[in-house]
Write a protein that binds this ligand. Sequence first.
Ligand code: RI2
Length: 307
Amino acid sequence: MPANLQQTIADIRSMKVRGAASIGIHAARALADHVQGLDGTPAQVLRQARVAARRLDAARPTAVTLHNCLGWVLAAVAAQASVPKQKKAARETARLVGMEVKASRAAIANHGAQHVPDGAVVLTHCHSSTALAVLAAAKRSGKSLEVIATETRPFRQGLITVKALRDEGISCALAVDSAVEHLLATRDIDLVLVGADTMTRDGVLINKIGTAGVAALAQLHEVPFYAAAGLHKFTRQMAADIPIEERAAGEVVAARDLARGARVLNPVFDRTPPGRIQACITEEGLASPRRAVQRNLARIVEEDAWG
Ligand code: RI2
């Protein structure tokens, strides 16, 4: 496998590159770079591009942004009748994918910020560049807010969130994941805001492990739960058909600290049903999960780009 393709896969697998949007942008760029070095007929170039795309796609199986961004590059390659045009189309599409994902985040930030009340206390889980963009936009519009970020075991993305919030000048506190119910019960939390790894055809949000529990607790305490999810997070697949990534036991506990013979379970995403979601924040504004799915699926690339 060419070095830069292998490196991108390793960076995504190891979480050096993480966060659904960032993974999609990096992978699209790596695929486009790979296409630049391919030779043969247009059909052969397309075939080799598909092989590379499948390898990249397998690096993290749950976040569909990866699949969609790669699919957009493949579709552009498939549409060209000459190899030079395929190479140019791959380059331009990867660049456009990057711009669109960033534009999507900005649009979501604008809409979402309007729904964060002045003086709000917001609970967030994991680290989502999109959820953070909403909070930063609310702050920049002059609202005061306070954010409680969960630690998000085992990878502790909550630490990244807290640092990013501090850099935005947003008052924040870190809490362990198991404090969520207590905090919802005892603090005036106005809303829960998370990102999305995948939004499925049946309106299910697939996001960082713990999200479904946070949403259930938010519903119990009548706190609205929002998911910030752009077009590239949507898939025609049903939730049950999306594999939930299981990562290494070492991310949870060092082998020396675990009783010998004990197993570790480390599923890193879970499925939040639409009934627990007040709204998805999309590029077009707020919508129920099912409505957001209806709107976005029409624009998602057809699977035949993958061959
Ligand atoms: P943005 C992250 O997954 C989190 O689950 C987060 O909610 C999601 O990606 C979306 O992030 P991980 O890569 O696309 O940390 O909003 O496993 O940045």
